[in-house]
Write a protein that binds this ligand. Sequence first.
Ligand code: GRF
Length: 201
Amino acid sequence: MTIAVLVSGSGSNLQTLIDQLHCDETSEVNIAVVISDRKKAYALTRAQAAKIPSYIVTVREFPNRHAFDNKISVILNKHGVELIVLAGFMKLFQPAFVQKYSNRIINIHPALLPAFPGAHPVSDTLAYGAKVSGVTVHFVDEGMDSGPIIAQTPIPVFDDDDEKDLHARLQAEEHNLYPKVINWYAAGKISVSGRKVIVKE
Ligand code: GRF
């Protein structure tokens, strides 16, 4: 299965997918392309090191968000992408893009959705005083972190956690869960009916 990984930042999830899927000869998953909306994303260095084609597509080069989405769509078509994997990608797509790739875009989020959606889930979790957080992998719909949930893993919040401690434990679980879900998708084990996602293990 041919995937694209979309990034904005450090790319630790991208690195995990490179190591556990792309470079594993027994895996059916190939990362055909990496797309970043930020020029300085360290994820781009990781893509180059793995010899994966990468593109920088910034919102400011385009007159509007439809044109931004269209550019990404052209790149995805060019590389024959079957599944779009968001890994720390900090932009929302327009509804037309989401509908075009319905059930073919997934995202990972460091909280147990629907709790703490948005750009600051870890600090929001700590500020709220929640005792349990976790990692969610979900399909992307028109909303913010609101699509059908594929998999979740709970992670305890400790009394002395700061944002860095909790995010580090959440990321360790992200690196475990994301490759697993992508393998399930590649093996045709995931089916969706409305909001309900069934994984046939
Ligand atoms: C991850 O925690 C992801 O869940 C969130 O942004 C972070 C990206 O980290 N959406 P990285 O760039 O993969 O290291």
